[in-house]
Design a protein around this ligand. Structure first.
Ligand code: TRP
Length: 329
């Protein structure tokens, strides 16, 4: 990208951040879209979260993928083209591909080219000879698969319980679009965190070392830096709250006193204890996950879990005729 284009892109991004912040902070229940949590510092802190003692999902899912690798590979069969939605650093793909029989290709899909690059080069060096075909796209929307994967059976891969960060209607829409992008006859390997005792759930999102708190508060730092806001970071605290009706952990930033924050020439008033909702992480019961999949045109073929039933990995098969044709290059 040329210097001028990069500046235009950064300016468009800043304008979108300001617009989202104004809309979210004006709502009767204040909220900020979770995608803004992931600037460079947010991405670094998130990586640290995945290694925390309290944060069981990454470690448990990795254990399932490792210990059940043979059963998973047998269920999937040979020659799959693995299409990963939001590959992160590519570590889970590397693990999955190592277990599969003669995978045909690896297609990481992400909107951020620099993250794609990291995952693509990791997998390419771990598996020389495997075609690695990155696609720059917003994976919540439809996208076209690279022609080079030909007629290889397609396996979507969406680990990390990222499905749980969508609102339920968005999760259904995502799974339906993923089906359309992957095409008829495709399958999907999906990681989903399970409902469990509340203390374990809230601890995973409010660790003793304060890394998740720093991750959440980094959003206010970002608004100060990029949107010219004047949040006093000592005036807010991170909270992880279990919402029993919606079966999700919610992350909030709570105002510790009555205060007024300025952003984009406006005043935003906070009562003591009032919160900004920054992210949700839905937890699933097996029957709930099956219902969600079914509503989006997928059928649950297999489920793998750990002995303590903390986390689940699902193999979904498309059952419904696709609404509209898959997109073509
Ligand atoms: N999807 C994972 C989860 O909900 C990872 C994640 C997304 C996360 N946002 C987060 C973890 C914020 C901690 C805090 O657990």
């Amino acid at each position: 990208m040329s210097g001028a284009l990069a500046r235009d892109a950064a300016e468009a991004q800043r304008a979108a951040l300001v617009a989202d912040a104004v809309a979210g902070l004006s709502a009767p229940r204040k909220t900020l879209p979770c995608k803004w949590l992931y600037d460079a510092e947010g991405a670094r802190l998130f990586e640290a979260i995945t290694r925390l003692p309290e944060y069981y999902p990454t470690r448990t899912e990795t254990k399932i993928l490792t210990e059940q690798a043979e059963a998973i590979a047998a269920a999937i069969g040979p020659g799959a083209a693995v299409v990963e939605f939001g590959p992160g650093d590519g570590a889970k793909a590397e693990l999955l591909l190592a277990g599969l029989h003669a995978p045909a290709a690896y297609v990481p899909v992400d909107i951020a080219p620099e993250w794609l690059e990291a995952a693509a080069s990791r997998v390419a060096s771990a598996r020389p000879g495997l075609p690695v075909l990155p696609v720059v796209a917003d994976f919540t929307q439809g996208f076209a698969l690279p022609k080079r994967i030909g007629a290889a059976p397609r396996l979507g891969f969406f680990p990390g319980s990222t499905i749980g960060n969508f609102e339920p209607a968005e999760a259904t829409a995502f799974l339906r679009r993923a089906h359309a992008s992957l095409g008829a006859g495709s399958r999907m390997l999906l990681g989903a965190d399970l409902v469990k005792e509340v203390a374990a759930l809230t601890a995973a999102y409010d660790d003793a070392a304060g890394v998740t708190a720093a991750f959440d508060l980094n959003l206010l730092h970002r608004l100060n830096r990029e949107a010219g806001a004047d949040f006093d970071l000592t005036g807010f605290a991170h909270r992880a709250v279990w919402n029993p009706a919606l079966e999700r952990v919610e992350m909030h930033l709570a105002s510790l006193r009555p205060q007024v924050v300025r952003l984009a020439g406006r005043n935003f008033r906070f009562a003591e204890g009032e919160t900004i909702h920054t992210e949700s992480s839905h937890k699933y019961r097996p029957e709930g996950l099956e219902a969600l999949a079914r509503a989006a045109g997928w059928r649950a073929a297999r489920m793998w879990s750990d002995p303590r039933r903390l986390f689940s990995v699902w193999l979904l098969e498309g059952w419904a005729p696709l609404a509209g044709a898959a997109m073509r290059c």
